[in-house]
Design a protein around this ligand. Structure first.
Ligand code: ADE
Length: 408
């Protein structure tokens, strides 16, 4: 079979020397499966300075690659019957495995034009059939992207890879990511190879691998999973979309509250009545429990439901002196009824006095019980404000909380 012909138009021909060093790719060139020809536009310039770029019309920084040397390099390339020209720029379509499969199977020649980071004359675009990008980032030129493409195509050519069966199941070929691989030893640093792979039951192994491919793709690349599933059965698309949304359905919320320290009021934090050395307590319509309030605000915030003022308005006499722990029960019920589960809670109370450390564990247990959670996912911390600000001057006590919710 005649070699697959790769022609690259680049101002940095030496960049491609390393392709020969690339194991199977290098061997594919050596054994005549593919051949590569580099064309430097500079070689087509007659002037003394061999200038290939010029200032942009309309002004602006940088230089622009001129069309003439690129056209000449392009026109010097001998053509095979089935040929395709691809321009590498950050403005191109995303490169996909299906493109590599298509180029390697349907053509016998690929001409790659490497763009330059400072820019190239727009008329160069008229030479190309396709424009490709290797990702949403900008490199100094199209050389590295061209090497990515060459590597991806050459490995698909018959004879390059020893076992062509391995090309069928690899990530992206079947539309799914590849299943996990294991080799000896059967146990390594406490991690054991799944029993099924050592069972010798080929049917069981094949179905385990297929299941792993599906799970992996669903978890790691929901976008690919939707596409793959839609191909299996397009009518399933709405259901799949919903199931993928479920995987990525996390919500985070933040809450903050501060109450004034006054005399003649109880000091209740995290549902626990504390003694302030000066007999102060927190002023507010309810029991002014800043810790519970900030957690409720975070829960409501995560679901974009507003704040506690909306659910328990201070002007409503119903909530006068209310136990905030009871309000927390109501908020949790709301969260659960909306189909969400609390993953974890983290809060920090800012108070100069009294010392909160001895009560922290009790607060955690109290809150966890109220929220129907394990106390291991509820964290309460306390800090002073180093005598700074309203908390430091003991004018008040504040709290900040963060919660993470997961769609059930
Ligand atoms: N040239 C510069 N950046 C590029 C990219 N991300 N993809 C393809 N060609 C490029």
């Amino acid at each position: 079979m005649a070699p697959y012909r790769l022609d690259v138009i680049s101002l940095s021909p030496r960049a491609f020397l390393s392709l020969d060093q690339l194991g199977v790719i290098g061997r594919a060139f050596e054994s005549g499966i593919a051949e590569i020809h580099i064309h430097n536009p500079r070689d087509f310039v007659k002037d003394r300075y061999r200038q290939v770029d010029d200032h942009p019309y309309g002004g602006g920084p940088g230089m622009v690659l001129m069309p003439e040397p690129v056209f000449q390099a392009f026109e010097s390339i001998p053509r095979k019957e089935k040929t395709r020209t691809v321009l590498l720029t950050p403005q191109g379509c995303d490169l996909r495995q299906t493109d590599l499969q298509r180029w390697s199977a349907d053509y016998d020649q690929l001409v790659l034009i490497c763009g330059q980071y400072e820019g190239f004359d727009e008329r160069i675009r008229t030479l190309v059939d396709e424009e490709v990008s290797i990702g949403d980032f900008v490199l100094t030129g199209g050389e590295i992207p061209a090497m990515v493409l060459i590597n991806g195509i050459v490995r698909l050519l018959p004879g390059t890879v020893g076992c062509s069966e391995s090309l069928l199941n690899e990530s992206h070929s079947s539309g799914l990511l590849e299943h996990p691989h294991y080799t000896r030893p059967a146990e390594f640093r406490g991690i054991v190879v799944p029993d099924v792979l050592r069972s010798g039951n080929h049917q069981a192994i094949a179905s385990w691998r297929q299941a792993q491919r599906v799970i992996r793709t669903k978890l790691r690349r929901p976008d690919l999973y939707i596409r793959w599933h839609a191909k299996q059965d397009p009518s399933l698309l709405p259901t799949i979309d919903a199931s993928v949304k479920e995987i990525v359905s996390f919500r985070v919320g933040i809450g903050y509250d501060i109450h004034r320290l006054v005399s003649g009021r109880p000091l209740i934090i995290g549902g626990i009545a504390l003694d302030h050395p000066d007999g102060l307590g927190l002023d507010g319509h309810s029991d002014a429990d800043v810790l519970v309030h900030s957690i409720m605000d975070a829960l409501l915030g995560a679901l974009a439901l507003g704040d506690i003022g909306k659910y328990f308005p201070p002007e409503d006499p119903k909530w006068k002196g209310a136990d905030s722990m009871l309000l927390l029960s109501e908020v949790i019920l709301l969260v659960l009824n909306k189909g969400w589960k609390v993953v974890n809670v983290d809060a920090v109370v800012v108070a100069e006095r009294p010392k909160l450390k001895p009560y922290i564990d009790l607060m955690r247990t109290n809150l966890a019980e109220r929220m129907k959670l394990e106390s291991s996912v509820v964290c309460v911390k306390a800090t002073t404000n180093e005598k700074l600000g309203p908390e430091g001057r003991e004018e008040g006590i504040s709290c900040q909380a963060v919660v993470l919710l997961h769609k059930l």
